[in-house]
Ligand binder design. Structure first.
Ligand SMILES: Nc1ncnc2c1ncn2[C@@H]1O[C@H](COP(=O)(O)OP(=O)(O)OP(=O)(O)O)[C@@H](O)[C@H]1O
Length: 245
């Protein structure tokens, strides 16, 4: 019989998933999937649209209890989505600490906002923020929880190219400073190779392929090894040229 288990362990893995399945009606979107992520590891998850990446992330974020299998995640985890999902009736600083126990801690929010480069936006309403700033606020809201596991669901997808590059650099920096494990869902193969220790390709409900990225950081897209890994991943995604959209 299938088991549903959330255990909150710090070690030895940040994430341990065994025999995970999730169906919507007759369709098994996740089908007996196994996955381990080490503490502090940066993992990127690629896969065709609709293959179940967000479904997996939602289960790991405790947002979907309707699964079968065994899921072990750290007690402290945070999730950020493509849309920043800020509450329009709370000022930016208040959004950052919303849901934390105790009185809203403005100083704590300001520290987190300063860390993502928008300390000066603490007092404005969310609607005033640019897309890049709103996404930074969402990152601050995740980081203020001091997560051992940060789940990122296409956080840069709606950003213009330049803002996106800056946001990627910020995430790389925050990851190095905080040392949390990250699972990043992205459609962008280059983004995955630039940022991650390991890139997974999800297909037919399982992790069909993985590449360990041995390149030193910061990474160079012109490096022949980068090109080789990109080619292999595009093959797994069924895309030989261009982006994996
Ligand atoms: N609550 C739900 N009810 C019914 N079907 C769902 C539900 N959530 C997801 N699905 C279906 O499960 C499949 C996987 O969805 P999911 O959002 O996980 O894919 P994805 O890989 O994240 O896609 P994308 O890259 O386009 O965001 C899709 O076919 C989707 O329609």
């Amino acid at each position: 019989m299938a088991t549903q288990l959330y255990r909150n362990l710090r070690n030895p893995a940040a994430v341990a998933v065994r025999g995970l399945s999730r169906a919507f009606g007759p369709r098994r979107v996740i089908d007996n999937l196994d996955l381990t992520i080490r503490p502090g590891e940066f993992v990127a998850l690629l896969g065709a649209s609709g293959c179940g990446k967000s479904t997996l992330l939602r289960i790991l974020g405790d947002l979907d209890p309707e699964f079968e299998g065994e899921v072990t995640v750290p007690a402290r985890r945070a999730i950020a989505f493509q849309a920043p999902r800020l509450m329009p009736w709370k000022r930016v600083w208040h959004n950052v600490v919303l849901g934390l126990p105790g009185r809203p801690d403005r100083r704590r929010a300001e520290r987190a906002l300063a860390e993502v480069g928008i300390g000066h936006r603490a007092d404005v309403w969310p609607k005033v923020l640019s897309g890049g700033e709103a996404q930074r606020a969402a990152l601050a809201r995740a980081l203020v929880r001091e997560p051992d596991l940060l789940l990122l669901d296409e956080p840069f997808a709606a950003l213009d190219a330049l803002t996106r590059i800056k946001a990627q650099a910020l995430v790389a920096e925050l990851w190095q400073r905080h040392g949390c494990a990250i699972l990043l869902v992205t459609h962008d193969v280059e983004e995955a190779i630039l940022l991650a220790d390991r890139v997974l390709v999800m297909k037919e409900g399982v992790i069909a392929h993985q590449e360990r990225i041995a390149l030193e950081r910061p990474r160079d897209v012109a490096d022949p090894e980068f090109a080789r890994v990109r080619g292999t991943l595009l093959d797994w995604l069924g895309v030989r040229h261009g982006a994996a959209h």
